[in-house]
Design a protein around this ligand. Structure first.
Ligand code: DAH
Length: 339
């Protein structure tokens, strides 16, 4: 019996050594040491042994079982390690490889200027009002007192959908929309996109941006308009900036003015930026025409108001010294990353 046990041990030990998978080792373990295993069967046969032989054989059997158990667990450990190595080498990570470039976006210069304008005017008590880019001819022209024969209404100057709808040519229709739903006191600015059928060049784009302003209340005078724009000019272009009103004509204001600021580059002496003038035109403004107030259901005998409209692309170009409006809309990251 002793020989049988030792032979069985040798045989099992060599097959354990030859195993290439943990499953194989496990099946050998079950076949040898399991309930119905070969070693177990030998041990079960011990009851037939004599009293002298039994402790001897029992000792050998226990040693054989222990040795086999050790071999099995060592082999399992070895195979587990090998598996891990295979897995690791399949998943190698080259830490010297260049990483993916993560580009952080930034706000477009026009958006930055709009944000700054909103900050300045909301600080003076203005609220931000929005209007649609697709407007009625009525809001864009008629309600704003723009006569039927005004050149800006021409088919070749404006994008019409049909005779009643168009792409707004200015943010001024937001004045109309606001006055139709709000009672004075009204103090709003309205940033937005406008459209005119212009051929693109360095200073023209068929799509551009404006900031509209409107104040309607009792006893509003041109002094408030001047004070507001003076405060704005200093905040936006820098301390010491002066403003100048030049008489002009807009259908929706009376009197009307074009407003210039002292050149913020030369301070008014004259340079290439202001073309030697010392002044730069930045917006149109005026006192809201009584017809406009009336068209929007506000009594011009009781209320008066002022309005202004600024070209935001132009303001952005001046502020950042951009010499071609088209650069703003090409979305070339090399350009945009500079702001
Ligand atoms: N809407 C005018 C334009 O596009 C700009 C403008 C001028 C707006 C005078 C105003 C204003 O509100 O009072 O040329």
């Amino acid at each position: 019996m002793k020989e049988k046990l030792l032979a069985l041990k040798e045989e099992l030990a060599s097959s354990i050594k030859g195993c290439v998978s943990i499953e194989e080792v496990e099946s050998i373990r079950i076949n040898a040491l399991g309930k119905k295993g070969e070693i177990t069967a030998v041990l079960k046969g011990m009851k037939d042994l004599s009293d002298e032989e039994r402790p001897l054989i029992g000792k050998i059997a226990n040693e054989v079982r222990e040795e086999l158990e050790e071999l099995i667990s060592a082999k399992k450990g070895e195979l587990k390690n090998a598996e891990k190595l295979v897995k690791l080498s399949a998943e190698t990570l080259d830490v010297t490889m260049p990483s993916k470039q993560i580009r952080i976006g930034r706000r477009h210069p026009i958006t930055q200027v709009f944000d700054e304008l909103k900050y300045i005017f909301t600080g003076m008590g203005f609220k931000v009002a929005e209007g649609p880019e697709i407007e009625t001819v009525h809001n864009n022209f008629d309600a704003l007192n723009a006569p039927k024969n005004h050149p800006s209404r021409d088919m070749s100057d404006t994008f019409y959908f049909d005779e009643n709808m168009l792409l707004r040519t200015q943010t001024s229709p937001v004045q109309v929309r606001t006055m139709q739903v709000m009672k004075p006191p009204i103090r709003i600015i309205s940033p937005g996109r406008c459209f005119r059928s212009d051929t693109p060049d360095a200073t023209h784009s068929p799509m551009f941006h404006q900031l509209e302003g409107l104040v309607v209340d009792k006893n509003v005078t041109m002094a408030e308009l001047k004070g507001t724009l003076q405060a704005f000019a200093e905040l936006f272009f820098g301390p010491g900036t002066k403003i100048k009103f030049r008489p002009h004509n807009f259908p929706f204001t009376e009197p009307s003015a074009e407003v210039d600021v002292t050149c913020f580059k030369c301070g008014g002496k004259g340079c290439s930026m202001c073309k030697g003038e010392g002044w730069i035109e930045i917006l149109g403004a005026g006192m809201v025409h009584p017809n406009v107030l009336r068209n929007c259901g506000i009594d011009p005998e009781e209320y008066s108001g002022f309005a202004f409209g600024m070209g935001v692309d132009r303001a952005t170009m001046l502020k950042y010294e951009i010499d071609d409006i088209r650069l703003l809309f090409e979305n070339d990251m090399r350009f945009l990353n500079q702001f």
